[in-house]
Every structure is written in C-alpha cells, then in structure tokens.
Design a protein around this ligand. Structure first.
Ligand code: ADP
Length: 334
C-alpha cells in the first residue's frame, strides 16, 4: 500500500447563492491527525462530502491517492468515513448491521468481531442498534468506518454530543490509528478539542482556507500578540511607541495595551526615553481567541439574523468551551 493522501485542489461548491466551499486547496498527510477546523457553516461537511464523492463540485478536484473517490476500486478498504452524528434507525443489532455492511463489500465476517472489540461494543453487539445512546451510536459508526481496515479516515464532528469519556476514547483511538500510519481528517468547530487532538490544522472560514499549519505554529503565531504596560508617564511612552509604529490603546484602568512590538523592545524604548515602568507583561491570546480572530471575518452570517458583517461574529455560545476531560489514559485501539 502506497502513501494514502487526500488532496483537495481549487475545490468550489455553491448551493444557490451560498458558496459553501470557495477555491479550497490543501493536502492531508498520513501518519498524523489533521484537524479540519472552522465555525459552523464554514464548509467542512460539504468539503468532506465532496472528498467522498457524495456531492459534485462546481470546480476543482478532490482525490485520494490521486484518484477521485468514485473511481476507487474497493472504497471501504481504502476510505472509512463517519458523517454527521445520526441515530441508527434500525431494528437490527449492531452485529447484524456490521455483518450486512461487511457482506456487501466482500469483507470477512471475522472483521465484524474485530471492529466490535476495537470500539468496545462486543457486550451489546446483539442488542437493537436503534436503541443505542448517541455515544454508542458513534462507536457503531466508527466500527463501520473501520470495517475495511482503511488507510484513510474521514470523520465529521465525531465528538459532537459525546460525554467526556467518549471524547477521550475517540481521541485516543485517532491517535493510535495515526500512529499506525493512517491518514486522518477530522472536523470540529471546537478549537480546544482540536488543540488536544490534532497534529496539523486546516482552518477554513466561509469556504476559504485560513490556515494550514502545525498546531505548534498556530499557537506560536497566535500567542504574545500584545503587551500590557503600566507606567506613571503614559503620555510620554505612547509618544515614544507610536513614533516606531506600535499600536497603543489605553485600557479602562489606565494600563496600556501595546501591539506590534515585543516586551523587551518596549522596555528598551521606555528606558531610552527615561520613562518609568511599573509593569510589562506579554499577553498570551488563548487558542480560542486566536481561532475567533482568525475566523472573525469569515463567520457565516445568516440572512435571517439581521446582523451585518460589521457586528461581532456569532460563534455558537459555548461552542468553544473546552470539554472537561481529565488527561487520563483510557482504552486505546491496538
Ligand atoms: P460546516 O460543516 O462547516 O458546518 P457546511 O458544509 O455544513 O458547514 O455548510 C456550509 C454552507 O453551505 C452553509 O451555509 C450551509 O447552509 C450550506 N449548505 C450545506 N449543504 C447544503 C445543501 N445541501 N443545500 C444548501 N445549502 C447547503
């Protein structure tokens, strides 16, 4: 098996007046988890559907190992996918559901038992899948995605609606699979979740690429964006800093917020101008702030919200909150 790679080239998709995906280009490499991040409505699901050949692009291409999904010879052996959280409306048992899937794809029956074990559903495999909780339904969906032991996994918001244990389980499973060399593209609107899970980030907003970089680079780029300065001589310091094009604003409590200049440089300027400093503190933007800032211009505005793009973005309330997950070990796939 060669290198399993997802490549999206200048991909665009319109639905009526809505441009869901806008000239998007990126590649997903094997052996690491690529987080596909963006606010709700950014175009993540549409991109994934285009990669899976479930929708036709207006322009551009999406390929897996250089071939469009529709032309893959044994798709389930190559690509596993979990799309939007959906309940399994079936009277069939989890075992039966997976066995039918396996049969339809010419996969051995023994693989059904393997994936049931892998996702921890062995005990309930004979129960009606329609009665499963959301978490168990997600496990079943992942079992189905893993059935053909594919080298490429495409997971759309797999942790949505899961309890902390489920979130941790999926995270560890993805890490194990990436460690085994699989190519993993996983979408989320949660920066905090992606920061803990992904090695690499592809960030989109309004269908356009905003960032394609490692999580470390993303964090480095977004941290220490401003410096908080306290001085009994604010007017004098502002004059010195603005002379060298730093952007200075005054907070309610009189502190100065300086952008475009490192703390050390501000200290040196102050010293040269004989300005006394009481505080000089680099401010680290949180990942959530960095994500909000990066996607601010691109958050989807709904026609019926009455908001204009000048107003603050609507990034779902609580959507960026960190899941309360303890950094503990849990079951990991072999
Ligand atoms: P995300 O997965 O990032 O939340 P989506 O890909 O679901 O974003 O949606 C991107 C945009 O395309 C949204 O404005 C959405 O309303 C629109 N859209 C998605 N699918 C359809 C469709 N089948 N018909 C019309 N509009 C759609």
């Amino acid at each position: 098996m060669g290198v399993a790679l997802i490549e999206v080239q200048d991909l665009s998709k319109r639905y009526g007046d809505t441009t869901a995906v806008d000239h998007l280009t990126f590649a997903v490499q094997p052996g690491r988890i690529t987080g596909f991040l963006g606010p709700n409505g950014a175009g993540k699901s549409t991109t994934m559907r285009l990669i899976l050949g479930l929708d036709r692009p207006n322009s551009g291409t999406a390929t897996i190992d250089g071939v469009p999904y529709a032309r893959l010879r044994e798709p389930l052996r190559k690509v596993g996918a979990l799309l939007e959280a959906r309940a399994v409306h079936t009277g069939r048992s989890a075992y039966h559901h997976l066995r039918c899937l396996a049969q339809s794809q010419g996969l051995p029956r023994t693989r059904v038992d393997e994936v049931l074990r892998l996702v921890g559903l062995t005990e309930v495999a004979r129960k009606r899948a329609g009665g499963f909780s959301l978490g168990m339904g997600q496990r079943l969906g992942i079992a189905a995605a893993l059935l053909g032991d594919p080298h490429v996994l495409i997971l759309d918001e797999p942790v949505n609606g899961l309890d902390p244990e489920g979130v941790l389980w999926i995270r560890n499973l993805m890490k194990a699979l990436a460690g085994a060399g699989k190519t993993i593209l996983v979408s989320s609107h949660l920066m905090s979740e992606m920061a803990q899970t992904a090695d690499h980030l592809v960030v989109i907003g309004r269908g356009k690429l905003i960032a394609d970089e490692s999580v470390e680079d993303f964090i480095a780029r977004s941290s220490e964006r401003s410096v908080l300065v306290r001085t009994p001589q604010p007017a004098q310091l502002i004059k010195e800093l603005e002379r060298v094009d730093a952007d200075v604003t005054t907070a309610d409590d009189g502190a100065l917020i300086v952008r475009g200049m490192a703390a050390a440089e501000i200290g040196e300027k102050a010293s040269a101008a004989r300005v006394v400093l009481h505080e000089l503190t680099p401010q680290r933007a949180s990942l959530e702030e960095a994500f909000m800032e990066l996607t601010r211009e691109s958050v989807q505005y709904h026609a019926d919200s009455g908001l204009s793009p000048e107003q603050p973005p609507i990034v779902g309330s609580g959507a960026l909150a960190a899941p309360a997950v303890p950094a503990a070990e849990s079951e990991v796939a072999e």
